[in-house]
Design a protein around this ligand. Sequence first.
Ligand code: BDR
Ligand code: CA
Length: 296
Amino acid sequence: MTSVNVIIDTDPGVDDFLAIALALNSPELVIEAFTTTGGNAALRHTNANMLRILEALNRPNLPVYRGAQRPLVGSFGDAEDVHGVGGLPISLPRSSIRTRDEHAVNYMAQRLNNGPPVTLIALGPTTNVARLFRDHPGSVKSVERVVIMGGALDVPGNVTDYAEFNVWSDPEATALVFNSDVPVTMVGSDVCNQVRTYADKTPVPINPVIRRLTQAQYAARPGRRITLYDPVTVMAVARPSIVKLERLNIAVDTSDGPERGRTRRHPAGATIDVATGVDIEAAIGLFTGRVIQGRF
Ligand code: BDR
Ligand code: CA
């Protein structure tokens, strides 16, 4: 088995929590650090959630670096209506883990300048990655690949009719990342919408915190289901055969109009790999084995 060194950039978030759990139980991944961004909730919440998740899942030694408080332009909205006030539908005990002193972007730049190539997995707005590429262009050559959860091509957006939440949160950042020289993989709503767990079809998670989290989310969401956006994105790295990729030219709408944050095919768009298919059964199987039945 070949392993992939990864830095996971995240805004926990219910499905971020589940993706982090999946990554922690994925032997294919060497997790070097977590970096945090505002997104699902303000940065102070998402960063605190990150620390609490690592404590709850018994991995207190993995480093956490605090990142973007605001997008490249303007300020973040949030998705507390989906994830709960503060980004999670349950409260977790305050963590004894501390965030590292360095800013996430500086950490990534230094790490990339002083080590083997790394894959960046971005599970929230792509602001930290964009700032890395913009402010530290020399370090970019050591980025193996950027895999982002974001975008909606042939399905409606989940925050506006056109835009998916992560891209909508910072379209300028996504456009900058897509147009960089680094290979980009976009895992968007087209495939993620197909991978859902349902309260009445999913076994009860073994881990008590994951059990509480999923039960609270099922109770709060219409259809008593959870869409596994961020976990599918982690799977695209840990188990690449789960998604089908197509090389497409994609443009990001950075206008102030109604299509802001839209990702669409365009001949002048950036050439990136886009997940256009997913093996739903394999994805649910991997999630069930590693998260629902996983031990932490
Ligand atoms: C994405 O937005 C967030 O609310 C989720 O965590 C996921 O990363 C889905 O649009
Ligand atoms: Ca997320």
